[in-house]
Design a protein around this ligand. Structure first.
Ligand SMILES: [Zn+2]
Length: 472
């Protein structure tokens, strides 16, 4: 069974062929750590995790890198406008009366906790952009040496006119990009072409008060020792090269990165290294809330904390994410999350009611591999889970073993779910009392307690070595 994935670069589903047999190198553009990540960001993290877990399940050795952007990501990152505004870290530092480094650490800690609650595998490396300034400077130097970049008093720019097929990832025509953008005020910068982008900002003009700056070998008449900070795009080219080499298998990110950030990563990496940058580009669609874009001002920019505060297990959100294909928009509503909770509980109820573990069903495992090998179709994989629970042709023990095997990809923490004793004290007490009554052959009392539990919404059934409780 071969794995087929949709490659944004070719705009079609392709058979995945790794650069090195049974190994896969993956880079995922991580968060800019200046604010609490919303559940849309969590969907992106979940998607990266599914890719990582799927490859591991299929027997690949994965190297998975997800960075933290802690410098250079400016507030104006619309098409044609990526070089305007001020650094997001800096804006947050000012409004929280803190330093950019403290801001980064605070939001990295929150993010790390959230992604752990979502049961995502820890990446092989999670570098911070500020730890790789030297790698970025080296890349920029080689671009300057080969004529792909130029220096002005304000910045070092990448010259997009020198690149053949600059927009190969997005398929955009440059003219459309420029006239359609409306934001980029080219006359205010010293760029030669509107699509040129900054590799290094000198500490001048709007950035004269920049809080995070480094000396560099680049020269501006307006600063000493090339003082400044890197542009956003160069960081991913530098960090991916550092950890994965100049050419690697898979690059992940949200669809918003296609026209600018990833387009620029390809241009600068391929010009600096002289080899193809990435074989397969995968992009996840956005999460909507109540049918619209998430909005901080309308209070729909929910965080994982909001989900937990409403009494939901974070894994219910993970279950919700599993229901949609990553290339489809998914609409979050509280009703939809409630439905996910009910469906997740069904799996829990089945697992708790089955004490024996048998053998993995070959038939279902094949079907499961077919689903996830079809461009990571988690919706189909999840449908299969419920089909398996219902079927009469597989024993309960085998079902359980199969579900626990699938969980290596699903990440729903099913082995814990199978044994978790999360019933209220009262319910556990009654079940224990009934068990004691039974062992004393007081059938009348045992039946009375069973009815009492039933009224509370629980069933109790006897097993070889005791009993199990389940919610009705
Ligand atoms: Zn990136």
């Amino acid at each position: 069974m071969s794995l087929h994935i949709y490659n944004t670069l070719s705009r079609k589903k392709e058979e995945f062929v790794p650069l090195v047999s049974q190994e896969v190198k993956i880079y995922h553009c991580g968060p800019t750590v200046y604010w609490v990540q919303h559940i849309g960001n969590m969907r992106a993290v979940f998607f990266g995790d599914i890719v990582n877990r799927t490859f591991q399940y299929l027997g690949y050795k994965t190297t998975f890198i997800r960075n933290y952007t802690d410098v250079g990501h400016l507030t104006g990152d619309n098409i044609g406008d990526a070089d305007t505004g001020i650094d997001r870290m800096e804006k947050a530092a000012i409004s929280e009366m803190s330093t950019p480094d403290q801001i980064a650490q605070k939001y990295i800690d929150m993010y790390t906790k959230d992604v752990q609650l979502l049961n995502t595998l820890i990446p092989s490396h999670s570098p911070r952009a500020t730890e790789h300034i030297g790698d970025m400077i080296a890349l920029i130097e080689s671009l300057l040496a080969s004529g792909y970049a130029y220096t002005t008093p304000e910045a070092v720019y990448f010259d997009t006119s020198k690149v053949e097929n600059y927009t190969k990832l997005s398929g955009q025509k440059i003219e459309e990009n420029v006239t359609g953008s409306g934001h980029g005020d080219v006359t205010k910068t010293s760029k030669k072409h509107p699509t040129d982008f900054s590799l290094w900002f000198f500490k001048v003009g709007p950035h004269a008060n920049a809080l995070q700056v480094w000396e560099s070998p680049f020269r501006s008449t307006l600063v000493t020792n090339g003082l400044g900070f890197p542009g956003w795009h160069i960081e991913c080219s530098a960090m991916s090269k550092h950890f994965l080499g100049p050419t690697f298998d898979i690059h992940l990110g949200g669809i918003e990165h296609i026209p600018v950030h990833h387009t620029n990563e390809i241009a600068q990496s391929e010009c600096a290294n002289g080899v193809e940058y990435v074989k397969y580009w995968l992009h996840n669609e956005h999460l909507l809330v109540d049918g619209g874009k998430m909005s901080k001002s309308e209070g729909t920019s929910y965080s994982l904390h909001d989900i937990v505060a409403k009494g939901y297990d974070p894994l219910v959100l993970r279950y919700f994410f599993l229901q949609a294909h990553y290339r489809s928009k998914q609409n979050f509503t509280w009703d939809a999350l409630e439905a996910s909770k009910v469906a997740y509980k069904k799996i829990a109820t089945f697992l708790k009611s089955t004490s024996d573990t048998g053998n993995i069903s070959k038939e279902y495992k094949e079907k499961f591999i077919a689903a996830i090998s079809d461009d990571f179709n988690t919706a189909a994989a999840l449908a299969l889970v419920h089909e398996l629970i219902k079927t009469r042709f597989v024993s309960d023990g085998d079902k359980k073993a199969t579900l626990l095997d699938f969980d290596a990809v699903l990440g729903l923490d099913l082995s814990h779910l199978a044994t978790a004793d999360d019933f209220p004290e009262l319910v556990r007490g009654l079940a224990e009392k009934r068990n004691k009554a039974k062992s004393e052959k007081d059938w009348e009392l045992a039946d009375k307690i069973r009815a009492e539990l039933h009224d509370l919404g629980y069933s109790v059934s006897d097993t070889k070595d005791g009993y199990t409780i389940a919610k009705l």
